[in-house]
Write a protein that binds this ligand. Structure first.
Ligand SMILES: Nc1ncnc2c1ncn2[C@@H]1O[C@H](COP(=O)(O)OP(=O)(O)OP(=O)(O)O)[C@@H](O)[C@H]1O
Ligand code: SF4
Ligand SMILES: [Mg+2]
Length: 368
């Protein structure tokens, strides 16, 4: 990930010793290689509601690179799906307000017309969901659906498209693909439907694949198979993958980079292995503490106290402050009054937190 310009900590109201010193601008990034295929800058997504605008995503900036997997994690309602759907222009413009920039393979998505979006979907980027039936039409044979998607973007005969569909089913590990191509989605098992949806998503060799909780509904063995499949297909196609998941175990296994979201905002970004080994944001730390594997004795398992805030009335200051056990370590009331910027905290790492020495504080928290 590239280092973001580091804005100064905003507000003279913050006690001088309350916040981290502004890091140098040219912090050397442990920059991942790979062409940037998606660049999101200052993305905000709002939905109108009777109570007021729902601030589902705010000031979100990140990028995805060819050949790398970016995991987006966070509790339910943190804006993972809303931000990813915006990448494919899937929000109804009449029922949402979207600002900022989403550059997908060089094309601006925010404000793009439907014809541009249609071309980009499945040709440049594809999305696979938790529920394959939301992507597969129940009344059309699986092979025909994949062939149609191929035909929509390639000037080939129906015969060639049908062959391509069978090849794709074979590639995603569906046995007897010739026969399976002629079946309907309901004739497939859950795991096989997931594989078919992946085949559908990848048929046009997209540069970006977004997988939104692709394994949650599957049993553990099938989950592992699907993740292995995504990983091996990524190697084969060289695409960028965004993996949205609740499961930090999954992140550790398949991701290169990680973005942690809380209440619509990015709170930590970095290399997945580094963030998981040494989280710097109290929220990431709490998420990891709540993993069953974080404690050998399940009686010791911690949960994050409290619930995520309303996105209509976000808390003042840091959105996490009502739940944060480290806030006492920041002098004054900065946590409750000043929204921290996302700042470079160490090479290749960004956090949205006022703590000056987060790793040290969190190490003490973990030990207490
Ligand atoms: N069309 C909509 N209109 C109003 N609010 C919406 C709309 N879509 C999503 N939201 C709200 O935006 C917030 C973020 O939703 P999102 O689906 O991105 O969460 P998520 O992080 O994907 O959660 P989960 O892990 O449960 O899938 C939620 O509070 C949700 O209720
Ligand atoms: S800014 Fe304060 S409340 Fe927010 S995560 Fe950091 S220490 Fe906790
Ligand atoms: Mg979601």
């Amino acid at each position: 990930m590239s280092a973001q310009p580091v804005p100064p900590v905003p507000s003279s109201a913050v006690p001088q010793n309350a916040v981290a010193a502004a890091p140098e601008r040219n912090v050397v990034d442990q920059a991942p290689k790979g062409e940037v295929v998606l660049k999101i800058t200052d993305l905000c997504v709002r939905f109108p509601s009777d109570e007021g605008p729902v601030n589902a995503v705010q000031d979100l900036t990140y990028e995805a690179r060819l050949g790398r997997t970016l995991a987006i994690v966070g509790e339910s309602g943190s804006g993972k799906s809303v931000s990813s759907m915006a990448v494919l222009g899937l929000h109804n413009p009449k029922r949402s307000s979207i600002t900022g920039s989403i550059l997908l393979d060089g094309t601006e998505i925010v404000g793009a017309d439907e014809a541009t979006l249609r071309k980009l979907r499945s040709n440049t980027a594809a999305m696979i969901f938790q529920d394959p039936l939301s992507a597969l039409h129940p009344f059309y044979k699986v092979g025909n659906q994949i062939a149609e998607a191929y035909l929509a973007h390639n000037s080939v005969s129906k015969d060639v498209a049908r062959k391509r569909a069978v090849e794709m089913l074979e590639l995603v590990g569906i046995p007897n693909p010739q026969r399976r191509a002629k079946q309907f989605p309901h004739e497939f098992s859950g795991g096989m439907r997931q594989r078919a949806m992946i085949a559908l998503g990848l048929v046009n060799n997209p540069k970006l694949l977004i997988a939104d909780e692709p394994t949650t509904a599957l049993d553990v063995t099938v989950q592992a198979q699907i993740l292995d499949l995504v990983k091996s297909l990524q190697r084969e196609f060289g695409s960028a993958v965004i993996l949205i998941t609740h499961d930090l175990g999954v992140v550790a296994e398949v991701s290169d980079d990680i973005l942690v979201m809380y209440a619509g905002r990015a709170v930590e970004r970095g290399l997945a292995k580094d963030v998981l080994a040494r989280p710097q944001h109290p929220y990431t730390h709490a998420l990891l503490q709540s993993l069953p594997s974080a404690s050998e004795d399940s009686d010791q398992l911690q949960t994050i106290k409290g619930t995520p805030p309303s996105l209509v009335n976000l808390p003042s200051g840091c959105s996490f402050h009502p739940r944060c056990t480290a806030r006492d370590r920041v002098p004054g009331d900065a946590c409750a009054t000043v929204l921290p910027d996302l700042r470079v905290s160490s090479p290749g790492r960004q956090i949205r937190c006022h703590l000056a020495n987060p790793e040290q504080v969190l190490a003490q928290e973990g030990a207490s």
